[in-house]
Unconditional design. Structure first.
Length: 252
């Protein structure tokens, strides 16, 4: 693991809308937390029994000579999909250990950091994302590592370091909408509303259109004295949230 002594500190005091590293949109698909279809006989297992699903995953998670790191990453993502993040951490750690290529190993470290953050284990998340970056600074998942490291550092109370890594994320991959959103959040917090607005427009152009993005844009517009536009954007955010909630009800 990486040295985290310089990042020691107290976690943030309260919740905020900073991205937690989930839901990267196309073309990035590595952190889609919707679990792929499981080969479970519905006649023998209640499909809403998450413990039964986890037990099934345990069988798939047994390390053997034939283990594939990509399969372990899939198992970890499935665990996260049913909120079994402790098991996800174990799966991603095994994936990193058994990976036979740099890209897969870096992806495993980033996923492990995300799972730690879901558990609010931000110091461990910082270590995992730093490991991913140090493993390959220009790797395929370097931008994801930087943007998720920014989130963990922010939650850990390290604002300046979070800002640095949020900027690094967009330098590494200026096509990653979530990285632009993460940077915009910190800029709004630093009263840099014009810069935040530009980052948010970049995120929206790249297809990252979650309600949080519109909320941050409304906040930036309001700070710039553009109250009418801010109200329209806030209404858009509320509409998206209502549509998401309705979709969840329909799925239930």
């Amino acid at each position: 693991m990486t040295d985290h002594e310089e990042d020691s500190g107290n976690p943030g005091d309260g919740p905020h809308s900073f991205s937690e590293g989930q839901g990267f949109s196309d073309p990035y698909e590595g952190f889609d937390l919707d679990p792929p279809e499981l080969s479970i006989d519905p006649s023998t297992i209640d499909p809403v029994d998450s413990y039964a699903v986890a037990d099934h995953l345990d069988e798939r998670n047994i390390v053997s000579d034939a283990v594939e790191a990509d399969d372990l990453i899939d198992v970890g993502l499935e665990y996260m999909g049913i909120n079994r993040n402790e098991q996800a951490v174990d799966s991603f750690e095994r994936a990193a250990r058994y990976a036979d290529d740099e890209t897969t190993e870096q992806e495993a470290w980033v996923n492990k950091g995300i799972a730690h953050a879901e558990l609010e284990e931000f110091e461990a998340a910082i270590d995992s994302h730093r490991e991913a970056i140090q493993f390959d600074e220009d790797g395929q998942f370097a931008a994801e590592a930087h943007t998720n490291l920014a989130y963990a550092l922010w939650e850990f109370g390290k604002d300046e370091k979070a800002f640095y890594h949020a900027e690094e994320a967009v330098r590494e991959n200026d096509r990653l909408g979530q990285a632009w959103y993460n940077l915009s959040f910190i800029q709004n917090e630093r009263a840099q509303a014009e810069d935040a607005l530009e980052c948010l427009d970049n995120a929206l152009r790249l297809g990252f259109r979650q309600s949080d993005v519109y909320e941050e844009k409304s906040r930036a517009l309001d700070e710039l004295g553009r109250e009418e536009e801010a109200g329209e954007v806030a209404a858009r955010a509320e509409k998206i949230r209502e549509e998401q909630e309705a979709a969840l009800v329909d799925e239930g």
